[in-house]
Write a new protein. Structure first.
Length: 256
DNA sequence: ATGGCTACGATCCGTAGA
C-alpha cells in the first residue's frame, strides 16, 4: 500500500493537478497540507468520485489539512488534543491497520521571531501527542510538511542556510525529539541519491537549479518501518505549469 | 541588493509562505 503526503498550496488551485496525480500514482492514503480553504470549500465530491474517502480540517486563507483514503477513515481526531491552537494543522484517523496523522508544522518565519517560538512550542506539543498515539497505535504513520530540513545533506546550500529558519539547530533538535519517540524517517531507511529535496522556492528558477530543501517527511513507527519497501519524492507534479512549491512524497508499505 | 514567486483577500497592496 502507498502512503503519500503533498503540500498542495491551495486545494482549489491544485485540484486539476491532484486528480490526475491520484489516478497515476494510485496512493491508498494521502495527507494534504495548506488547503487554504474552509471545509465547505473542499472539493469533496470530486475526490469521492475519484474513489477517495475524505476527512477535512480546513481553514480560510492559511493552513488546513486533509486525509484521503481508498478505505474508510475512522476515529478522526483534529488538532493536537490538549494544545489549544486556532491554526488547523493536524488531522489523524485510522484506516486499514494504520493510524495516520497528517501534519502541517509551522514555518517559523525567522529565527527568534514570535512565529519561531510558536513553532518550537508546537513541536513540543506534537512530540507529546506522538508519544501517546504510539502507545495506543503501534502502527503509526505521521506524514506531512514538517518545515525542518533535518541535516545539512537535506539542504542544497548548507552554508547559505546555516542557522536559518528551517535548518536552525533548535528546529533540528525538535525534529530529533520526534524521532526519539521511536519513529523513523522513512526516506532514510534506504540508500538515496544525493540532493533529493521536496520543496523549491518559486523564485530564481530554484527548481531548475535543484536549489531545494527536504522538509516534507513520512515518519513510521517501528512495525511500519519494518514493512516499508520504498520512500521516494515524486518530482513530476513540480514540473507542471502553475505547480505547488512542494513535491509529493510516497512511502510504500508491504501488507502485514 | 535581503529582492526574486505564488495564493489569498483585501482592493490595485499587504500578509504569509519557506
Amino acid at each position: 500500500m502507498k502512503l503519500a503526503t503533498w503540500n498542495v498550496n491551495s486545494i482549489k488551485v491544485r485540484l486539476p493537478q491532484l486528480l490526475p496525480w491520484l489516478a497515476e500514482a494510485k496512493p491508498d492514503v494521502v495527507c494534504l497540507q495548506e488547503l487554504k480553504t474552509e471545509d465547505a470549500g473542499f472539493p469533496r465530491e470530486a475526490l469521492e468520485a475519484a474513489g477517495y474517502a475524505c476527512a477535512v480540517h480546513g481553514q480560510r486563507t492559511y493552513n488546513g489539512v486533509a486525509l484521503l483514503a481508498r478505505s474508510p477513515l475512522e476515529d478522526v481526531v483534529a488538532g493536537i488534543p490538549g494544545f489549544d491552537d486556532p491554526q488547523k494543522r493536524v488531522l489523524a484517523a485510522s484506516v486499514l491497520d494504520l493510524r495516520v496523522m497528517c501534519v502541517y508544522c509551522p514555518n517559523g518565519q525567522a529565527v527568534g521571531s514570535d512565529k519561531y517560538e510558536y513553532k518550537l512550542q508546537w513541536f513540543a506539543a506534537l512530540r507529546g501527542y506522538l508519544e501517546s498515539e504510539l502507545k495506543a497505535h503501534p502502527n503509526l504513520a505521521v506524514a506531512g510538511d514538517f518545515n525542518v530540513a533535518p541535516e545539512d545533506r537535506d539542504v542544497h546550500d548548507p552554508k547559505a542556510w546555516e542557522g536559518q529558519v528551517l535548518a536552525s539547530e533548535p528546529e533540528r533538535a525538535a525534529w530529533r525529539a520526534l524521532l526519539a519517540t521511536g519513529l523513523k524517517d522513512s526516506f532514510r531507511l534506504f540508500e538515496q541519491p544525493e540532493k533529493i529535496f521536496s520543496w523549491w522556492d518559486y523564485r530564481m528558477m530554484a527548481f531548475r537549479r535543484n536549489a531545494g530543501l527536504r522538509i516534507d517527511h513520512v515518519l513510521l513507527s517501528e512495525p511500519l518501518a519494518a514493512r516499508c519497501v520504498a520512500s521516494v519524492v515524486d518530482k513530476a507534479p513540480r514540473r507542471l505549469e502553475r505547480p505547488s512549491d512542494h513535491a509529493p512524497l510516497i512511502a510504500e508499505l508491504r501488507t502485514a
